[in-house]
Write a protein that binds this ligand. Structure first.
Ligand code: GLU
Length: 304
Protein backbone atom coordinates (compact mmCIF):
# COMPACT_ATOMS: atom_id res chain seq x y z
CA UNK A 1 0.00 0.00 0.00
CA UNK A 2 1.33 3.42 -0.93
CA UNK A 3 1.08 6.13 1.73
CA UNK A 4 0.05 8.88 -0.71
CA UNK A 5 -0.18 11.61 1.91
CA UNK A 6 3.35 10.88 2.97
CA UNK A 7 4.53 10.86 -0.67
CA UNK A 8 3.10 14.28 -1.52
CA UNK A 9 4.15 15.77 1.84
CA UNK A 10 7.69 14.56 1.21
CA UNK A 11 7.71 16.08 -2.27
CA UNK A 12 6.34 19.33 -0.89
CA UNK A 13 8.98 19.56 1.78
CA UNK A 14 11.73 18.58 -0.71
CA UNK A 15 10.82 21.48 -2.97
CA UNK A 16 9.08 24.17 -0.96
CA UNK A 17 12.25 26.11 -0.08
CA UNK A 18 13.76 25.84 -3.56
CA UNK A 19 15.22 29.20 -4.56
CA UNK A 20 15.21 28.53 -8.30
CA UNK A 21 11.46 28.56 -8.98
CA UNK A 22 11.43 30.03 -12.51
CA UNK A 23 9.65 33.20 -13.56
CA UNK A 24 5.98 34.08 -13.28
CA UNK A 25 4.45 34.77 -16.72
CA UNK A 26 4.42 38.52 -17.24
CA UNK A 27 3.17 38.89 -20.82
CA UNK A 28 -0.36 38.79 -19.38
CA UNK A 29 -0.03 41.72 -16.91
CA UNK A 30 -2.61 40.35 -14.45
CA UNK A 31 -0.59 37.13 -14.04
CA UNK A 32 2.61 39.02 -13.20
CA UNK A 33 1.19 39.80 -9.74
CA UNK A 34 0.93 36.18 -8.60
CA UNK A 35 3.20 35.23 -5.68
CA UNK A 36 5.88 32.86 -6.95
CA UNK A 37 5.99 31.16 -3.53
CA UNK A 38 2.61 29.45 -4.02
CA UNK A 39 3.01 25.69 -4.19
CA UNK A 40 0.24 23.11 -3.89
CA UNK A 41 -0.45 19.51 -4.82
CA UNK A 42 -3.76 17.66 -5.00
CA UNK A 43 -4.20 13.97 -5.79
CA UNK A 44 -7.49 12.21 -6.53
CA UNK A 45 -7.50 8.43 -6.79
CA UNK A 46 -9.87 6.60 -9.10
CA UNK A 47 -11.83 5.38 -6.02
CA UNK A 48 -12.48 9.01 -5.00
CA UNK A 49 -9.94 9.21 -2.18
CA UNK A 50 -8.07 12.52 -2.10
CA UNK A 51 -4.78 13.78 -0.68
CA UNK A 52 -3.54 17.36 -0.65
CA UNK A 53 -0.72 19.53 0.57
CA UNK A 54 0.43 23.17 0.44
CA UNK A 55 -1.61 25.75 -1.50
CA UNK A 56 -3.97 23.20 -3.06
CA UNK A 57 -7.05 25.23 -2.16
CA UNK A 58 -6.08 28.59 -3.68
CA UNK A 59 -7.43 29.69 -7.05
CA UNK A 60 -5.09 29.72 -10.02
CA UNK A 61 -5.60 30.88 -13.59
CA UNK A 62 -5.97 27.67 -15.56
CA UNK A 63 -4.88 29.27 -18.87
CA UNK A 64 -3.96 26.61 -21.46
CA UNK A 65 -5.25 23.79 -19.29
CA UNK A 66 -8.66 24.97 -20.53
CA UNK A 67 -7.75 23.77 -24.03
CA UNK A 68 -8.25 20.15 -22.98
CA UNK A 69 -11.69 20.98 -21.59
CA UNK A 70 -12.86 22.83 -24.71
CA UNK A 71 -11.65 19.88 -26.78
CA UNK A 72 -13.54 17.48 -24.52
CA UNK A 73 -16.70 19.53 -24.92
CA UNK A 74 -16.37 19.99 -28.70
CA UNK A 75 -15.37 16.46 -29.71
CA UNK A 76 -18.65 14.67 -28.91
CA UNK A 77 -20.59 17.52 -30.58
CA UNK A 78 -18.50 17.57 -33.74
CA UNK A 79 -16.91 14.12 -33.91
CA UNK A 80 -16.36 13.69 -37.65
CA UNK A 81 -15.23 17.07 -38.88
CA UNK A 82 -13.13 18.21 -35.96
CA UNK A 83 -10.03 16.31 -37.08
CA UNK A 84 -10.29 17.82 -40.56
CA UNK A 85 -9.82 21.27 -39.07
CA UNK A 86 -7.04 20.52 -36.60
CA UNK A 87 -4.27 17.90 -36.72
CA UNK A 88 -2.86 15.67 -33.95
CA UNK A 89 0.90 16.13 -34.37
CA UNK A 90 3.24 17.70 -31.79
CA UNK A 91 4.45 21.07 -32.99
CA UNK A 92 7.96 21.18 -31.53
CA UNK A 93 7.39 24.92 -31.24
CA UNK A 94 6.21 27.32 -28.55
CA UNK A 95 2.48 27.53 -27.96
CA UNK A 96 2.01 30.74 -29.92
CA UNK A 97 4.25 30.02 -32.90
CA UNK A 98 2.70 30.99 -36.21
CA UNK A 99 5.01 29.86 -39.01
CA UNK A 100 3.74 26.28 -39.20
CA UNK A 101 0.23 27.58 -39.57
CA UNK A 102 1.20 29.26 -42.81
CA UNK A 103 3.20 26.30 -44.05
CA UNK A 104 0.30 23.95 -43.38
CA UNK A 105 -2.44 26.05 -44.92
CA UNK A 106 -4.26 27.07 -41.80
CA UNK A 107 -4.63 23.61 -40.25
CA UNK A 108 -3.10 23.89 -36.77
CA UNK A 109 -0.76 21.14 -35.69
CA UNK A 110 -2.86 20.11 -32.69
CA UNK A 111 -5.70 21.38 -30.48
CA UNK A 112 -3.43 22.25 -27.54
CA UNK A 113 -1.40 24.99 -29.22
CA UNK A 114 -3.06 28.38 -29.40
CA UNK A 115 -4.00 28.19 -33.09
CA UNK A 116 -5.59 24.78 -32.57
CA UNK A 117 -7.43 25.95 -29.48
CA UNK A 118 -8.76 28.90 -31.47
CA UNK A 119 -10.25 26.49 -34.03
CA UNK A 120 -11.87 24.52 -31.19
CA UNK A 121 -13.14 27.80 -29.71
CA UNK A 122 -14.61 28.65 -33.13
CA UNK A 123 -16.38 25.28 -33.24
CA UNK A 124 -17.91 25.92 -29.80
CA UNK A 125 -18.91 29.47 -30.70
CA UNK A 126 -20.76 28.00 -33.69
CA UNK A 127 -22.42 25.12 -31.83
CA UNK A 128 -23.33 26.67 -28.48
CA UNK A 129 -26.25 28.99 -27.95
CA UNK A 130 -24.50 31.09 -25.25
CA UNK A 131 -20.90 30.01 -25.78
CA UNK A 132 -19.14 31.45 -22.73
CA UNK A 133 -21.95 30.62 -20.33
CA UNK A 134 -22.51 27.14 -21.77
CA UNK A 135 -18.84 26.27 -21.60
CA UNK A 136 -18.59 27.53 -18.02
CA UNK A 137 -21.61 25.42 -17.10
CA UNK A 138 -20.00 22.40 -18.76
CA UNK A 139 -16.88 22.88 -16.63
CA UNK A 140 -19.01 23.34 -13.52
CA UNK A 141 -20.89 20.13 -14.25
CA UNK A 142 -17.75 18.10 -14.93
CA UNK A 143 -16.26 19.32 -11.64
CA UNK A 144 -19.60 19.21 -9.82
CA UNK A 145 -19.00 22.72 -8.52
CA UNK A 146 -21.19 25.72 -9.44
CA UNK A 147 -18.74 28.24 -7.96
CA UNK A 148 -16.19 28.00 -10.79
CA UNK A 149 -15.96 31.34 -12.62
CA UNK A 150 -14.07 33.50 -15.10
CA UNK A 151 -11.68 36.13 -13.79
CA UNK A 152 -12.73 39.10 -15.93
CA UNK A 153 -9.59 41.07 -15.04
CA UNK A 154 -7.41 38.29 -16.45
CA UNK A 155 -9.56 38.02 -19.59
CA UNK A 156 -9.30 41.79 -20.15
CA UNK A 157 -5.61 41.83 -19.43
CA UNK A 158 -5.10 39.16 -22.03
CA UNK A 159 -7.20 40.97 -24.60
CA UNK A 160 -5.04 44.09 -24.17
CA UNK A 161 -1.81 42.23 -24.90
CA UNK A 162 -3.05 39.39 -27.09
CA UNK A 163 -1.29 40.41 -30.31
CA UNK A 164 -0.08 36.91 -31.07
CA UNK A 165 -3.53 35.46 -30.59
CA UNK A 166 -5.05 38.16 -32.80
CA UNK A 167 -2.45 37.30 -35.44
CA UNK A 168 -3.20 33.57 -35.21
CA UNK A 169 -6.95 34.11 -35.39
CA UNK A 170 -6.60 36.39 -38.41
CA UNK A 171 -4.38 33.86 -40.18
CA UNK A 172 -6.90 31.11 -39.49
CA UNK A 173 -9.64 33.36 -40.82
CA UNK A 174 -7.61 34.08 -43.96
CA UNK A 175 -7.25 30.33 -44.56
CA UNK A 176 -10.98 29.76 -44.07
CA UNK A 177 -10.56 27.78 -40.84
CA UNK A 178 -12.49 30.21 -38.62
CA UNK A 179 -16.23 30.50 -39.28
CA UNK A 180 -17.07 33.23 -36.78
CA UNK A 181 -15.82 36.77 -36.27
CA UNK A 182 -12.26 36.94 -35.04
CA UNK A 183 -13.35 39.09 -32.08
CA UNK A 184 -16.07 36.66 -31.00
CA UNK A 185 -13.71 33.70 -31.09
CA UNK A 186 -11.00 35.59 -29.19
CA UNK A 187 -13.47 36.80 -26.58
CA UNK A 188 -14.45 33.16 -25.96
CA UNK A 189 -10.80 32.05 -25.94
CA UNK A 190 -9.63 34.76 -23.51
CA UNK A 191 -12.43 33.79 -21.16
CA UNK A 192 -11.78 30.04 -21.29
CA UNK A 193 -8.14 30.77 -20.35
CA UNK A 194 -9.27 33.10 -17.54
CA UNK A 195 -11.22 30.43 -15.65
CA UNK A 196 -9.93 30.02 -12.12
CA UNK A 197 -9.77 26.73 -10.25
CA UNK A 198 -8.03 25.26 -7.25
CA UNK A 199 -5.80 22.21 -7.57
CA UNK A 200 -8.64 20.20 -6.07
CA UNK A 201 -11.06 21.37 -8.76
CA UNK A 202 -8.50 20.65 -11.48
CA UNK A 203 -8.03 17.09 -10.25
CA UNK A 204 -11.80 16.68 -10.45
CA UNK A 205 -12.06 18.31 -13.88
CA UNK A 206 -9.59 15.83 -15.37
CA UNK A 207 -11.06 12.80 -13.65
CA UNK A 208 -13.02 11.89 -16.80
CA UNK A 209 -9.77 11.33 -18.70
CA UNK A 210 -8.57 8.87 -16.05
CA UNK A 211 -12.00 7.26 -15.86
CA UNK A 212 -12.58 6.34 -19.54
CA UNK A 213 -14.84 9.34 -20.20
CA UNK A 214 -17.01 9.51 -17.06
CA UNK A 215 -16.61 12.35 -14.54
CA UNK A 216 -16.38 12.09 -10.77
CA UNK A 217 -20.19 11.78 -10.61
CA UNK A 218 -19.88 8.79 -12.98
CA UNK A 219 -21.73 10.73 -15.66
CA UNK A 220 -20.42 9.96 -19.15
CA UNK A 221 -19.07 12.97 -21.08
CA UNK A 222 -16.83 11.19 -23.59
CA UNK A 223 -16.79 7.76 -25.19
CA UNK A 224 -13.90 5.52 -24.11
CA UNK A 225 -12.29 6.06 -27.47
CA UNK A 226 -12.57 9.86 -27.25
CA UNK A 227 -11.01 9.83 -23.77
CA UNK A 228 -8.19 7.63 -25.07
CA UNK A 229 -7.49 9.98 -27.95
CA UNK A 230 -7.48 13.09 -25.78
CA UNK A 231 -5.00 11.37 -23.44
CA UNK A 232 -2.77 10.61 -26.43
CA UNK A 233 -2.85 14.26 -27.47
CA UNK A 234 -2.03 15.38 -23.92
CA UNK A 235 0.95 13.02 -23.83
CA UNK A 236 2.36 14.19 -27.16
CA UNK A 237 1.29 17.85 -27.17
CA UNK A 238 0.44 18.89 -23.61
CA UNK A 239 3.67 20.67 -22.62
CA UNK A 240 4.55 23.13 -25.39
CA UNK A 241 7.85 22.08 -26.92
CA UNK A 242 8.74 20.12 -23.81
CA UNK A 243 6.27 17.26 -24.24
CA UNK A 244 9.13 14.86 -24.91
CA UNK A 245 10.91 15.96 -21.74
CA UNK A 246 7.71 15.59 -19.70
CA UNK A 247 7.11 12.07 -21.07
CA UNK A 248 10.75 11.24 -20.37
CA UNK A 249 10.88 12.62 -16.83
CA UNK A 250 7.31 12.05 -15.65
CA UNK A 251 5.58 9.65 -18.04
CA UNK A 252 1.97 10.80 -17.82
CA UNK A 253 -0.54 12.49 -20.14
CA UNK A 254 -1.21 15.99 -18.87
CA UNK A 255 -1.48 19.67 -19.62
CA UNK A 256 0.20 22.77 -18.27
CA UNK A 257 -0.70 26.44 -18.43
CA UNK A 258 1.22 29.68 -18.07
CA UNK A 259 -0.56 30.27 -14.75
CA UNK A 260 1.81 27.59 -13.40
CA UNK A 261 -0.72 24.79 -13.10
CA UNK A 262 -0.14 21.25 -14.34
CA UNK A 263 -2.71 18.45 -14.33
CA UNK A 264 -1.63 14.93 -15.17
CA UNK A 265 -3.25 11.54 -14.92
CA UNK A 266 -2.75 7.82 -15.04
CA UNK A 267 -5.81 6.11 -16.60
CA UNK A 268 -7.57 3.81 -14.10
CA UNK A 269 -5.47 5.14 -11.24
CA UNK A 270 -5.44 8.87 -10.45
CA UNK A 271 -5.39 12.52 -11.44
CA UNK A 272 -2.85 14.88 -9.89
CA UNK A 273 -2.64 18.67 -9.99
CA UNK A 274 0.33 20.78 -9.05
CA UNK A 275 0.58 24.54 -8.88
CA UNK A 276 3.72 26.61 -8.66
CA UNK A 277 3.53 29.81 -10.74
CA UNK A 278 7.23 30.10 -11.65
CA UNK A 279 7.81 28.84 -15.19
CA UNK A 280 10.88 27.35 -16.86
CA UNK A 281 12.17 28.56 -20.23
CA UNK A 282 9.60 26.44 -22.10
CA UNK A 283 6.68 27.89 -20.15
CA UNK A 284 6.01 24.91 -17.87
CA UNK A 285 5.85 25.19 -14.08
CA UNK A 286 9.39 24.54 -12.93
CA UNK A 287 8.57 23.06 -9.53
CA UNK A 288 5.45 21.41 -10.97
CA UNK A 289 7.51 19.31 -13.34
CA UNK A 290 9.98 18.39 -10.64
CA UNK A 291 7.18 17.48 -8.23
CA UNK A 292 5.54 15.18 -10.77
CA UNK A 293 8.86 13.57 -11.64
CA UNK A 294 9.33 12.77 -7.96
CA UNK A 295 5.74 11.53 -7.67
CA UNK A 296 5.98 8.96 -10.48
CA UNK A 297 9.45 7.89 -9.35
CA UNK A 298 8.38 7.40 -5.73
CA UNK A 299 5.09 5.64 -6.51
CA UNK A 300 6.27 3.90 -9.70
CA UNK A 301 2.91 4.79 -11.16
CA UNK A 302 3.41 6.14 -14.67
CA UNK A 303 2.21 4.86 -18.03
CA UNK A 304 5.62 3.38 -18.77
N1 GLU B 1 -4.05 32.57 -22.53
C1 GLU B 1 -2.68 32.25 -22.84
C2 GLU B 1 -2.32 32.70 -24.23
O1 GLU B 1 -3.06 32.48 -25.12
C3 GLU B 1 -2.54 30.78 -22.70
C4 GLU B 1 -1.13 30.40 -22.75
C5 GLU B 1 -0.84 29.13 -22.04
O2 GLU B 1 -1.23 28.88 -20.92
O3 GLU B 1 -0.14 28.35 -22.70
O4 GLU B 1 -1.33 33.33 -24.46
Amino acid sequence: MIDYQNVIDTIHSNLKDEVNRGLVASYIPELANIDVQNFGIHLRLINGETFATGDWNKKLSIQSISKVLTLAMALPMYPKNLWQRVDVEPSGNPFNHLSLLELENGIPRNPLINAGALVIADILVTLLENPKEDFLNYVRSVVDDPTIAFNEDVANSERMTGYNNYAAANLLKAYGNLRNDVDDVLDFYFHQCAIEMTCEQLSKAFFMFANHGSCCLQKRHLSESQAKRINAIMLTCGFYDEAGEFAFEVGLPGKSGVGGGIVALLPNHYTISVWSPGLNMQGNSLLGMRALEQFTSMTRLSIF
